[in-house]
Write a protein that binds this ligand. Sequence first.
Ligand code: GAL
Length: 447
Amino acid sequence: MIGEVKLRAAGVVYVLALALLSPAFAAPPVAPATPAASVASVASAAGNTGPSLQVLHWWTSAGERKAVGVLINKLAEQNIQWRDFAIPGGAGIGAGKVLKSMVLAGHAPEVTQLNGVIFGEWADLGLLLELDNVAVQGNWQKLLFPTAWSLLNNHGHVVAAPLGIHRINNLYYNIAIFNRLGLRAPRTWDEFEQVAVKLKQAGITPLAQSSESWQVATLFETLVLAESGPAYYRELFVDLSPRAFADARLLHALKRLRSLKQVMQLPVKERPWTEVAHQLADGEAGMFVMGDWAKGDFNAWGLNADQQFGCAAVPGTADYHLYSIDTLAMFADDYSHQPAQEVLAQIAMSPAVQSDYNKFKGAIPVWRAPDTSKMDSCSLNSWRTFGKGAAFQAPSLVHRMATDETTKDAIVAELRRFFVDDQMPEAEVQRKLAAIARALSRTGKVE
Ligand code: GAL
């Protein structure tokens, strides 16, 4: 396994080295030192044909498409065409690979949904357009939640435009079923078990779940948070402290993951998150743990919070916010798209988009003080919890907020192996995860 991990790490270095050597990766020309393009100037320069931007993303579900529609329309109002390049696959597993090969081939899209710490890798190669002018003119530092602001910054430059903040530690439940059986959303694991027993007795799968790796790991990261809170969570997934992987709290979270299989439909099938969400909506399952992009889909299917579905926090995590922040990064190339790219960045941060896009997406605005009038109770709760500050926030491992892609992929693969193999002892997966942390942590520090 270690050998495999080292090989993968070596692979990344090789790819980056290739990237630096390849003519496609020659440092892009220096950006013209002009103020950010104004919406009006790009629109008038555009004439009838107008500029266009190819946008790579993975938003293909019903709610996600509606959210993308808001961006497409706002851009069209400025006579800029959004050339859609959607790669299906939850959590961007496929999109990430396509993006990497496009960049390596020298055909990077003009814009990409590019979440999390991976910015740094592309920005360090000089590939991303710096949006400092737009950020200064738009007062982003003052308007944004500090966590969102620091995420966008790479060595003092803004390298992406923020869209919205997703909460991941949600426990959705089917209200009709809960009412019929006289159940209440569980706040503790004891209550969860009691609810699960009642659901089972009624012939309903207590917890909807897929065995797709990222979905297993999404459930697992909420269990780590439940077990420990954000400080230990960060020791594990941000600091990659090998010692933290030997901790009893991780053992408990692994045991919880395994025991939760008893309340899932067995064998746990590998299906897209949208299908699993349907199981909850259709009353096949009573509860579902998922990021609030699922709420975007429930809404798109005509279901509303506090009516057809309820949103509670995963037991033990009500005080915390396990987050993923969606952003758009712009590839600089020869800077010919810079005016249109800057307009898109301005649009992403505009109050109308922050409110309407995030309503469809199920997320909350990145603004500290947004318009809360259109928010449902789930979003209000998410916004209040995130607003409590960094001590209550945990960056999602699965959704690229905590560490680099290679480390994340190695940890996620190991967790899935543990999930599907009931014979694998918890201590073994703890040792393997610690070995990954030792091999791939950015500091290379061995404890
Ligand atoms: C996340 C992303 C969300 C949503 C989700 C499901 O990584 O932040 O916007 O698309 O994946 O694919």
